[in-house]
Design a protein around this ligand. Structure first.
Ligand SMILES: Nc1ncnc2c1ncn2[C@@H]1O[C@H](COP(=O)(O)OP(=O)(O)O)[C@@H](O)[C@H]1O
Ligand SMILES: CC(=O)N[C@@H](CCC(=O)OP(=O)(O)O)C(=O)O
Length: 284
């Protein structure tokens, strides 16, 4: 590309930088969007860039596929009910090891490698995510429902210049039981409690599709009415069910926009933040 073209593209970033500076944006980085190393590096690059331009960035990560891999290694089957993992005690230990251990520390290190500053936390740290057992039609074991978010540790980390990188496990009211929280739910509750400008969910599809097998059926914008329609007519299945519910919960709580975008597209975060049209599905 010619230098003048490059300069033009860079100059066009100014209004977007001004728009986002000082705003709180929560990015949920899903396990399905972490599979390829070069893509992972591109995501980390974009996160560090977001922080550099003055966004109060919070990263909440998942790691479902990695949990499945480790369970498989101990010959344990992964069981999901409506997109949520049935979590017995042994599974809970694995979830904690993978999310709060391996993935959380890998992502934190990768941010340092890109020249950023991060602090890896889980919901237990700073008593940030407080939960009780999720009461559902089917018993899901140690799957929790967030009852309170204490944002102190998140705000302190942001004010000290760090990107908080948060894994989705939470502490029970007995201060003993640890619960497995769907990472979309954790991100949504955190975004709501922080009064965030945006919640961005990075996943492995282009956004919400009316036909999940056909990427050309992307819905680019939806409001809360549209969501109830999709939910009742069975278009959403599996992990998309909690994901969309999280977006609508965040919007109801005052988050201005929730975005489901394709983490497999290189620099999808920049396309979302630095173009008028954005990518993926925007819920308002
Ligand atoms: N209507 C839909 N549009 C797009 N994806 C859908 C839809 N219904 C179900 N899905 C599924 O939801 C998945 C995304 O949820 P999930 O696997 O939990 O992702 P992540 O690990 O990123 O949180 C997609 O891979 C897709 O298989
Ligand atoms: C209760 C529940 O389902 N918890 C999830 C937590 C991780 C997660 O949500 O990871 P992704 O974002 O990669 O799907 C799980 O155990 O897989």
């Amino acid at each position: 590309m010619e230098n003048s073209k490059k300069a033009e593209i860079l100059a066009k970033a100014l209004p977007y930088m001004q728009q986002h500076k000082g705003k709180t944006i929560v990015v949920k980085y899903g396990g399905n969007a972490m599979i390829n190393q070069s893509l992972k590096e591109a995501v980390i690059n974009d996160l560090v860039l977001m922080k550099c331009i003055g966004i109060n960035l919070v990263v909440v990560h998942g790691g479902g596929p990695e949990i499945n891999d480790l369970l498989k290694r101990i010959n344990k089957e992964s069981k999901f009910i409506n997109g949520l993992r049935y979590t017995d005690k042994e599974t809970m230990d694995i979830v904690q090891m993978v999310l709060a251990g391996k993935i959380n520390k890998d992502l934190t290190a990768m941010i340092y490698k890109k020249g950023g500053k991060a602090i890896g936390l889980c919901g237990v740290d700073g008593n940030m995510l407080q939960a009780k057992k999720l009461e559902a039609d089917d018993d899901l074991g140690f799957v929790g429902e967030i009852s309170k978010v204490d944002t102190d540790i998140i705000n302190s980390s942001i004010n000290a210049g760090y990107i908080p990188v948060i894994s989705s496990i939470a502490l029970g009211e007995d201060k003993e039981t640890v619960y497995n929280i769907n990472a979309d739910t954790a991100a949504s509750s955190i975004a709501s409690s922080l009064n965030a400008e945006k919640l961005i969910l990075l996943t492995d599809v282009p956004g919400i599709l009316t036909d999940p097998s056909d990427p050309s059926t992307l819905i680019s914008q939806l409001d809360l009415n549209g969501i109830s329609q999709l939910t009742s007519n069975g278009v959403l299945t599996g992990g998309m069910i909690p994901k969309v519910k999280c977006c609508s919960d965040a919007i109801k709580a005052g988050v201005k926009g929730a975005h489901i975008i394709d983490g497999r597209v290189k620099h999808s975060l920049l396309l979302e933040l630095f173009t008028d049209e954005g990518i993926g599905t925007m819920i308002k």
